[in-house]
Design a binder for this molecule. Structure first.
Ligand SMILES: O=C(O)C(=O)C[C@]1(C(=O)O)C=C[C@@H](O)C=C1
Length: 101
């Protein structure tokens, strides 16, 4: 059996790709939260509501369609988005409360 066919070798090759993908996801999430931090400050200083359900609905529609094109479960894409947005809204509320104190 060649090294390429060895299951342990294949597993470790796949895991090294997974490591790279997970690192990219962490960097992208950090960048997204840097942006939403600024959005939170902008909203707090201009008395804008933390959440924008219309924007969320448009983004969910867009992400579900992108997920379908990429053969990713659209339900999962929506769940992921809602999970992240719930955290962002908590941050926005925290920033707004601090601005009021
Ligand atoms: O775009 C905004 O207004 C945001 O506050 C960002 C964001 C998001 O994380 O995508 C978060 C909360 C809003 O309900 C909508 C979108």
């Amino acid at each position: 059996m060649s090294a390429e066919q060895d299951p342990q070798h294949r597993l470790s090759r796949l895991r090294s790709s997974i490591d790279n993908i997970d690192a990219a996801l962490v960097h992208m999430l950090a960048e997204r939260f840097r942006c939403t931090q600024e959005v939170g400050e902008l909203k707090a200083t201009n008395d804008m509501p933390a959440s924008d359900p219309a924007r969320e609905a448009r983004q969910i529609e867009r992400l579900r369609s992108l997920a379908e094109e990429s053969h990713l479960d659209p339900e999962f894409a929506e769940k992921w988005f809602n999970f992240v947005v719930a955290e962002v809204i908590q941050h926005h509320n925290h920033i707004a409360n601090q601005a009021r104190d």
